[in-house]
Design a protein around this ligand. Structure first.
Ligand code: AMP
Length: 574
């Protein structure tokens, strides 16, 4: 078996990898690293997140950069700010023993000033999202003239997001580029197109998709109406005494709100999200690890660093947009050969998302009923009884108090005593659940829905719109609000919203799709003409990542940031 020490990586890197506890290279690393060390030529790597692809290109990249040279030698382009930060963090870990190495990440959504100062310090490696990189180039803050290595990470995703022109532009400006390493989860004509335009003879490496099936995970889902989500969560927590889990939310705000509401009601939980500073996050993790907390409420990004082996439950307060994110979440439980449960609270409409995820994880999910009040009380009663049965009071405790306990309860009947003890323990639960409402919601079967609808797929239509976070639509809620107001439709007609930097996707009921397209295309958003069209879902891909507008993309069509003339001006300037 190949080991990292046999790969002829520079010693600092082999040491860092050992520090990280990586024992053997993953399949993509085994194929790509030796090749890139020997011939740092052009390559295409077909590998998904989770396969170790970042190290597959990161280690050779760090191996080749010259730390003595203080200028930008390598550029990694990534589709999203989160991925950008993740790559930067990985690079920091790999480069920890390389004195003089500087890596800088630049991405949108934060003030540009700090990033300008950072790039002026001449890092050897820049990790960037295309939009922000071009901003920096235009401002003359950065030059790509001496860049020899360019990595395109998640190239398919960058193309889906409408970055084709930006990528072309950046690659054209990296005039000294000798090696281009393209990584993508899928191989489409568009991805091949980039290779043909910008790469010489390339070699392809691929690995089977990440193994997303873990048979030790029991996947369950609970259907309720949207406004009852919190009550459903609380009920599931009460029904799962002894839980040691993670509750996932989509947003930092939800994370904070839900954790606060739970804490107010006496649950031992804490939020964990990106707005908390590192010190607070470490404190939360410490309390979670020593089991002072029964659960943490976390966002996906914040949960990335959690390394705990005996998590019993993962609860999706809301499903993620991307089915792959579901597998990251559920994979937090059932580690190291143990079993675990992943519960998802969904609205009736989200049953289709469950089907999509089932296909990805290749497991059937079990629809379970949200328990009623009596079931919760019964469950907690039996849990308490079991605790009494298994309790092992310390011998000296029993000895010291034996006499006083005996004296006090001598006259009381044993059954009476047990009843009282149980009442004290369960009083609150019994009170809370006296008239508990039924939280379960029904849903229309797919067959029924397709009978009542007239659309292409019988249910809903996914639309693409050329407006994203860059334009001020910072969240799915904002998008829903904007579309609902612009079309005068109910908010719940718009769902499964994904907002990207430069574009967004959302589903609408199929019978409303034409109306929404017509109405919105006649409108502007902050002065920009709205382009809206049906998104295409290709088969066999990666869920949200295979969405793209149905029509072919002409050059410049989805390029909202600046026109071709600007690019040409820029080309001349540099
Ligand atoms: P990636 O596919 O690059 O997103 O990597 C997924 C995770 O696997 C990251 O947390 C890496 O730190 C980790 N990783 C990468 N290579 C290895 C390896 N050879 N052994 C163990 N873990 C690894």
């Amino acid at each position: 078996m190949i080991s990292f020490s046999s790969l002829s990586l520079r010693e600092e890197l082999t040491r860092a990898v050992a520090d990280l506890g990586f024992e053997t290279p993953t399949p993509i690393q085994q194929k790509v690293i030796p090749h890139l060390l020997a011939h740092p030529s052009d390559i295409i790597g077909l590998a998904q997140t989770g396969t170790g692809k970042t190290a597959a290109f990161g280690l050779p990249l760090l191996h080749h950069v010259d730390v003595a040279q203080k200028h930008v030698q390598a550029l990694v382009l990534s589709p999203t700010r989160e991925l950008c930060m993740q790559i930067q963090e990985e690079f920091k870990k790999y480069g920890t023993h390389m004195r003089g190495l500087k890596t800088t990440a630049v991405y949108g959504g934060v003030p540009i000033g700090g990033q300008i100062r950072e790039v002026k310090q001449n890092p050897q490696i820049i990790v960037a999202t295309p939009g922000r990189l071009i901003d920096l180039l235009e401002r003359g803050a950065l030059s790509l003239e001496q860049v020899q290595y360019v990595v395109l990470d998640e190239a398919d995703e960058m193309l889906n997001m409408g970055f084709r022109e930006d990528i072309d532009f950046i690659l054209k400006n990296a005039v000294a580029r000798e090696h281009t390493w393209l990584f993508s989860a899928t191989m489409s004509n568009e991805v091949r197109g980039i290779a043909k335009r910008f790469m010489k003879e390339w070699k392809e490496f691929s690995v089977a998709t990440a193994n997303t099936t873990n048979e030790n995970i029991d996947h369950q889902y609970y259907i309720t109406q949207k406004h009852l989500r919190f009550e459903a969560l609380q009920r599931l927590l009460d029904f799962t005494p002894g839980i040691y889990g993670i509750i996932f939310t989509r947003t930092k705000q939800d994370c904070q709100d839900i954790a606060e509401r739970l804490m107010k009601q006496g649950y031992h939980v804490s939020p964990l999200h990106g707005d908390m500073d590192q010190k607070m996050r470490s404190k939360v993790m410490e309390r979670f690890k020593n089991k002072s907390l029964q659960a943490i409420v976390a966002t996906d990004v914040a949960a990335r660093g959690i390394d705990v082996n005996d998590i019993s439950h993962v609860i999706n307060y809301e499903l993620p947009d991307d089915p792959e994110v579901y597998t990251h979440r559920s994979g937090r439980t059932a580690r190291a050969g143990k079993s675990g449960i992943c519960m998802s609270i969904i609205s009736p409409k989200e049953i289709y998302n469950i089907r999509q995820i089932e296909r990805l994880v290749k497991q059937r999910f079990v629809r379970s009923d949200i328990p009623d009040g009596a079931e919760v009380v019964r469950k907690r009663l039996f849990y308490y009884l079991e605790q009494i049965e298994n309790a092992k009071p310390k011998a000296d405790f029993a000895h010291v108090y034996e006499n006083s306990i005996h004296e006090r309860f001598e006259a009381m009947d044993k059954d009476e005593l047990i009843k009282k003890l149980i009442w004290i323990q369960l009083k609150d639960t019994i009170d809370n659940y006296q008239d508990a409402q039924d939280l379960n919601a029904g849903y229309d079967s797919p067959a029924k829905q397709s009978r009542t609808s007239s659309s292409s797929d019988g249910r809903s239509v996914r639309l693409f719109m050329n407006i994203g976070t860059k334009d001020g639509i910072e969240s799915p809620d904002k998008l829903v609000k904007f579309v609902a107001e612009a079309t005068d439709l109910e908010k719940d007609m718009i769902f499964r919203v994904t907002v990207r930097e430069l574009s967004s996707f959302f589903n609408v009921r199929s019978d409303a799709a034409e109306f929404i397209k017509e109405t919105l295309s006649a409108k502007k958003f902050k002065g920009r003409k709205i382009r809206i069209e049906e998104a295409e879902q290709s088969t066999g891909g990666r869920g949200r990542d295979d969405q793209k507008p149905r029509q072919s993309r002409e050059r410049g069509e989805f390029k909202p940031r600046f026109g071709k003339s600007d690019s040409q001006k820029f080309n001349k300037r540099h």
